[in-house]
Each structure stands twice: as structure tokens, then as C-alpha cells.
Ligand binder design. Structure first.
Ligand SMILES: Nc1ncnc2c1ncn2[C@@H]1O[C@H](COP(=O)(O)OP(=O)(O)O)[C@@H](O)[C@H]1O
Ligand SMILES: [Mg+2]
Length: 344
């Protein structure tokens, strides 16, 4: 049985949901107390309410949240299509709050790639798959020979080499989205941002798109952030965060471990985000399981914290039930952190 440290050391990146000073230095995507307020006819909507986020270079991360939780708002800021009302947002060394127009164009051209839900936003319908993938390279001034070579490599990597000469309407939805991944990675961006990229696809086709994203992540080392309302994303990535009311509320780190007999098993470690003043959100299924409401009783143990039903309850919710040394996390085999799924 590996400890949480082992799980983290296995390449899963960030150990704590809250970015700390060292993550501020190393994270390729970094948000600190990010706020975005929209004003519509005098009424304020706080789409992001002090969101903290750190994604390390090379991670393939999913961010799930119900409709209206602030996913697209966050992605639009990270994509430099919108500006925060307050707080910090940085991607690959670019400060998104202060970026000027010229920097923004360079940023779109070479630092980030995008993948949107609607194919029409990703691909030009009157071009072939190969022409679509080659277009960003052309805008970046790549020579024709290099363009065709790289385009074929990319289409092959994403499993859509056979679509090279097909026009967009001749391809299936899944093929179109895989070609769209190709457009996103055409200029070898450091970061790929995807907003509901599988929103219009069935599960099987969605899995193909995720496999294309995993290939882009593994082969090109692109850091990928996928936001979606679909909790199944956690099946396809190593790290899943949940966004609720414009903040990160919990996090699931997933890894595969092999025991002495060579048996493979999946381990999922669930974390809750702890904010600066010590607030955390208990997963909805934990709250329901023990009928917790209004007030809970807390206890401080040497290495963990207990949470008990407030009145007359006999069962303890142990924040760290196993013999893991770390407090505040639970490791369970094949268990999914499904507390924050939409609709719950
Ligand atoms: N341009 C906008 N003007 C006003 N309100 C907005 C705008 N964009 C988003 N919102 C509001 O901000 C909140 C978060 O929206 P959004 O980021 O689109 O959520 P998600 O992508 O998770 O569904 C919602 O309440 C939404 O109505
Ligand atoms: Mg959205």
C-alpha cells in the first residue's frame, strides 16, 4: 500500500489544492484569489469568487462543475479573451491581467491552443482536416514543407491520418474534435485549454477525443486543462478538480499502483480545498451519509481532524480513517470522488 506521498511522487503533480508560494513559482497555470464580477443591468454576478488554482507543467487536468459554476469564465480569462475583476492569473509566465494587445496576439499564436465545444468554432468547414491543422502554422510563418510534415505527424498521433483530405462535413463528430485537437496543438503550445470539448459527443466518441488529448499531453508535453460538467472526465485524467460557486472545492488525484503480486489497482485520493481562513466544503455524499446539518462537532487529533454530527450522533466522520500519515485525505481503491458532481 503506497502512502499519499507515493501517489503524489508518482507524477501526479500538485499535492495540495491550495497553491502555495513554491507553486506560485513553478506552476504553468496559476490563479490567486481570482475574481470576475459581471454587471448586468445594475445587478452583480460573481462568476469567480476568489479562485485559487495551480497546474504544473505537463499535467493533464480536468475541472468539473455544474452549469453556471464559472468554468467558461475561468477559461476565457486564461485564454486572454476576458480580464479578471480582481486577483492574479498567470499562464506560462504571462500575466493575464496586464497583457496588452500585441502580447495577446503572440500568446494566442504560440503559447496557448484552444478547443471549444462547438466544432464550428474549432474548424473551418470549407477546409480539409490537413488544411485546418496547417492553418495556425501558416499564420506563424512555418514553411510549406515543414507544415505538411508536422500536419501529417499530428493527424497520425491523434488517430485521424485517414481524414487528412476530408472536408469537415465528411467527418464524424469525434473525428472533427480530434482534428480540432490537432489545430489546438499545431504550433506546439505550452498550454491547451478545452471548454466542454466532448459536450456534443457520446461516451465512446468522447473517450476517443480524450485519448487524443492524452496523446498530445504525452507526446508533446502540452499542459492540458479540460473544463466540463461531465464527471466522467476523471476517468481520463490523473487529476480532477471540482469548481463550485466560482471556487475550487475539491480535488481527486488518481494513480495506478502495482502490488508485490504484480496486480494493478487504481487508487483515488480525494482532497478538499482549504481556503485561507480555514473553510472547507464536506463532500455532499459524506454530509448525506451521516445526516450532517447546521452544526458539526470537531475534534483535533495529533495528525487529523474529526467531524461528528452535532447532536446525539454516534458515528464519526474521520478525516483520515486509514493509517496514512497525512491528515485531511482519504485513499480508497476504485472509489471515486463524486461529491461535487453537477446536479448534486
Ligand atoms: N458575459 C456575462 N455576463 C453576465 N453574466 C455572465 C457572463 N458570463 C457568465 N455569466 C454568469 O457567470 C456565472 C458563471 O458562468 P459560466 O462561467 O459561463 O459557467 P459555466 O461555464 O460553468 O457553465 C453564471 O451565473 C453566468 O450566468
Ligand atoms: Mg461553460
Amino acid at each position: 500500500m503506497s502512502t499519499i506521498d507515493d501517489v503524489i511522487a508518482a507524477g501526479l503533480g500538485v499535492a495540495q489544492p491550495r497553491p502555495d508560494a513554491s507553486q506560485a513559482a513553478t506552476a504553468i497555470i496559476y490563479c490567486d484569489r481570482l475574481v470576475r464580477i459581471f454587471k448586468v443591468s445594475g445587478i452583480e454576478v460573481q462568476a469567480l469568487q476568489g479562485l485559487d488554482l495551480a497546474v504544473e507543467k505537463g499535467e493533464l487536468t480536468g475541472l468539473i462543475g455544474a452549469s453556471g459554476s464559472g468554468k467558461s469564465t475561468l477559461l476565457n480569462i486564461l485564454a486572454a479573451l476576458d480580464q479578471p475583476t480582481g486577483g492574479q492569473a498567470r499562464v506560462a509566465g504571462h500575466d493575464l491581467a496586464t497583457m496588452n494587445g500585441q502580447e495577446r496576439v503572440a500568446y494566442w499564436r504560440s503559447t496557448v491552443g484552444f478547443l471549444w465545444q462547438q466544432t464550428s468554432r474549432n474548424l473551418l468547414a470549407h477546409l480539409t482536416a490537413a488544411e485546418n491543422v496547417a492553418l495556425p502554422m501558416r499564420l506563424a510563418g512555418l514553411r510549406r514543407r515543414e507544415r505538411s510534415r508536422r500536419t501529417l505527424d499530428i493527424l497520425g498521433l491523434l488517430g485521424v491520418a485517414d481524414c487528412a483530405d476530408k472536408m469537415v462535413p465528411q467527418m464524424s463528430g469525434g473525428q472533427q474534435q480530434r482534428v480540432a485537437v490537432g489545430v489546438a496543438i499545431a504550433n506546439h503550445p505550452e498550454v491547451v485549454l478545452a471548454d466542454e470539448p466532448t459536450g456534443e459527443l457520446d461516451d465512446h466518441t468522447a473517450a476517443e477525443v480524450f485519448s487524443a488529448l492524452r496523446a498530445a499531453n504525452a507526446e508533446l508535453g502540452a499542459t492540458i486543462l479540460v473544463v466540463t460538467h461531465d464527471a466522467a472526465v476523471s476517468e481520463h485524467v490523473n487529476r480532477t478538480m471540482a469548481i463550485r460557486d466560482g471556487r475550487i472545492s475539491s480535488e481527486l488525484l488518481r494513480s495506478t499502483e502495482i502490488d508485490e503480486q504484480g496486480m494493478q489497482s487504481h487508487v483515488a485520493v480525494q482532497y478538499a480545498a482549504l481556503d485561507r481562513v480555514g473553510r472547507l466544503q464536506l463532500p455532499a455524499d459524506y454530509v448525506a451519509a451521516l445526516g450532517l446539518s447546521e452544526r458539526v462537532r470537531l475534534g483535533l487529533e495529533p495528525d487529523h481532524v474529526t467531524v461528528w454530527p452535532g447532536q446525539g450522533g454516534a458515528t464519526a466522520v474521520d478525516a483520515d480513517p486509514g493509517d496514512e500519515p497525512e491528515a485531511g485525505a482519504e485513499a480508497t481503491k476504485e472509489r471515486q470522488g463524486d461529491d461535487d458532481q453537477p446536479g448534486s
